[in-house]
Design a protein around this ligand. Structure first.
Ligand SMILES: [Zn+2]
Length: 302
């Protein structure tokens, strides 16, 4: 089982320029003729006709920005790439005539892979800054460092690095059937792979086995890692897995799931290929930019 299409939110052609993040280098980068920046406001991106709006960093001079100020994403070839989170909506909107602000979830259906990867990285970093403004060691306000990819506490000098939270997401298989669940807030008919956060002290395999047991009371074996995906809602790393069921009777944890069902490979294929329109769709599949979609697609291809 391999992913047959590029995973959304991966593939940003970025050199993170770890050794060029001192103040002098950042000033040179921000003034370079070819420097580019995209613009956010409260988690939404400035777009025009479905594309991220790119401005020169000097265009935002005088605008009110949220912490961490200019976020230096890295070098795209020789192009310094920045992102800015605006504090005032009207200042963001007036940068480009006809531009609008939209959520990444909506844009994920439209953007090309490269833009999506850059936007996902920026969103994860801004989300981390917003939730880690104060030092977790002494409680005083920390300051962004190195173009916004770390923070440091000026009081106790603790360095803080962006958090990435691992999540296991797995297809539970029983022969030619797979089990999927539906979260309580999801639209009717939407089903996807089970998922849950990895706990401290747990391997991916142990997390996979525990989560399936907790959510549907099914014992699984042979958990197998397939591929991963950064998921910027906010800063998660999805670990795509498959595992084999040892028994098949579903007992729902109703706090976690509204429903869970076994689906045959033929049913799942009919949804993916859109060949079930007359009969009514057995379920609504997760969209192509999700790792769940890729896990299902790879299973169908086996
Ligand atoms: Zn501190």
């Amino acid at each position: 089982m391999t992913s047959t299409t590029p995973m959304a939110f991966t593939g940003a052609p970025l050199d993170l320029a770890e050794n060029q993040r001192d103040a002098a280098s950042l000033t040179v980068f921000s003034k370079a003729d070819n420097a580019r920046a995209f613009v956010m406001f409260h988690g939404r991106f400035l777009v025009k006709n479905g594309d991220l709006v790119m401005v020169h960093p000097l265009q935002i001079k005088g605008s009110h920005l949220y912490d961490p100020g200019p976020l230096f994403l890295g070098l795209d070839g020789k192009t310094p790439m920045f992102a800015f989170s605006f504090a005032k909506e009207e200042e963001a909107l007036k940068l480009v005539k006809g531009a609008e602000l939209d959520h990444l979830r909506n844009l994920s259906f439209l953007m090309d892979g490269r833009q999506l990867a850059l936007a996902g990285r920026a969103k994860s970093l801004f989300d981390w800054h917003r939730s880690h403004r104060f030092c977790s060691n002494c409680g005083k306000e920390s300051k962004p460092q190195a173009g916004g990819v770390t923070r440091q506490c000026p009081t106790c000098e603790t360095d803080h690095f962006p958090r990435v939270n691992p999540v296991v997401i797995m297809l539970v298989l029983d022969g030619d059937n797979c089990l999927m669940g539906r979260g309580p807030e999801w639209p009717d008919g939407a089903f996807s792979a089970l998922a849950g956060f990895v706990s401290p002290g747990e391997s991916l395999s142990e997390a996979c086995i525990r989560e399936v047991k907790e959510e549907v009371n099914i014992d699984v074996e042979n958990p197998e890692f397939k591929f991963s995906q950064p998921w910027p809602y906010p800063g998660q790393l999805m670990m795509g897995m498959v595992c084999q069921a040892k028994n098949t009777k579903i007992t729902l944890d109703t706090k976690e799931l509204a429903d869970a069902k076994w689906f045959s490979k033929d049913e799942v294929r009919s949804v993916f290929e859109g060949t079930n329109a007359q009969k009514g769709t057995p379920f609504i599949c997760p969209p192509p930019f999700t790792i769940a979609h890729q896990l299902i697609k790879a299973w169908l291809a086996e």
